[in-house]
Design a protein around this ligand. Structure first.
Ligand SMILES: C[S@@+](CC[C@H](N)C(=O)[O-])C[C@H]1O[C@@H](n2cnc3c(N)ncnc32)[C@H](O)[C@@H]1O
Length: 279
């Protein structure tokens, strides 16, 4: 116990562990996440549903989804975007490694030709021999990846885009980075809670890496039968640092926006969006 907590307390090297799969596919946590996705007013695992409606409407206006556009929604979760885009007439493929979320996406999908196709896969290992007009990665997923993973994902996306196709995504901002503070806290959940259905302690240690605009929420879950940790990395950007990174990867930023609902870029917001194309 002493050793475990000492390790939990220690600042790890940036991106020294990647636990996104455990975070999103643990059966109990996945059920909690699904409830957060489906909360129409919440902004935790997905944006509130009014914002999702705005984003889908703006994507339709910008990319003419209703004309049967081929859309790949990476990290589609429970299909909140994919099912809406399908209803508009887009041909959507959604990819996620959470079986719990995909099961909901399938249940809520529109019937008929418009029905999206859902693939249970890790988008970092995905092999797809198809072209898409628009590829999406929504709600800051890029920020959880290390630089090598981001570079590899951009290479895959380049291969999956049809000529003239676009990659649209959002990221968390430097304004958010400036606001978060390092912290350490714990709670006791004797009757179970978000991290486990059983009695457990949850420890959170937040580390900031000032030079990299990166922070980490390091979660430790202590249960009678053992301990586990989840590392939630958050790479934050401003318009310049994102453009620099994309330029280095051979991508052009066509538009920097406040959101994928077309709001103007605002450096004070906690997130922003980009429409990009491979050079
Ligand atoms: C923050 S949620 C956003 C879900 C959806 N885009 C939305 O905004 O409603 C991130 C989603 O990406 C999925 N995910 C994260 N990393 C993934 C990976 N490497 N491969 C496949 N899915 C991943 C998670 O399971 C989760 O459903």
């Amino acid at each position: 116990m002493y050793e475990f907590l000492t390790s939990h307390w220690t600042r790890p090297q940036p991106h020294s562990a990647y636990t996104a799969r455990e975070l999103w596919t643990d059966p109990h946590v996945a059920e909690q996440m699904l409830a957060l996705h489906l909360d129409p007013d919440g902004d935790v695992a997905s944006r509130n549903h009014r914002s999702i409606d705005r984003i889908v409407a703006w994507l339709d206006q910008r990319f003419d989804l209703s004309a049967g556009k081929r859309v790949l929604d990476l990290g589609c979760g429970p299909g909140l975007y994919a099912n809406r885009m399908s209803r508009l007439g887009a041909r959507v493929t959604g990819v996620d490694f959470s079986g719990t979320s995909l099961a909901h996406a399938e249940r809520a999908a529109p019937d008929g030709v418009a029905r999206p196709r859902y693939l249970a896969a890790d988008y970092l290992d995905l092999e797809l021999d198809e072209d898409f007009d628009l590829i999406l990665l929504i709600y800051g997923d890029l920020c959880a990846l290390n630089p090598a993973q981001r570079a590899r994902l951009h290479e895959s996306i380049r291969a999956w885009l049809a000529p003239g196709g676009s990659f649209a995504f959002d990221v968390f901002s430097s304004a958010l980075f400036d606001q978060v503070e390092e912290e350490a806290r714990y709670t006791f959940e004797p009757d179970g809670g978000f991290w486990s259905p059983e009695s457990h302690f949850h420890f959170l240690r937040r580390f900031k890496y000032e030079d990299d605009a990166l922070y980490l929420d390091r979660h430790a879950i202590l249960e009678p039968e053992g301990t586990r940790e989840m590392f939630n990395w958050m790479q934050c950007y401003d318009a310049e640092s994102l453009e620099r990174e994309l330029d280095g990867l051979g991508w052009e930023v066509l538009a920097t926006l406040g959101s994928l609902a077309g709001d103007p870029y605002d450096a004070a917001r906690h997130d922003f969006a980009a429409i990009t194309q491979p050079r």
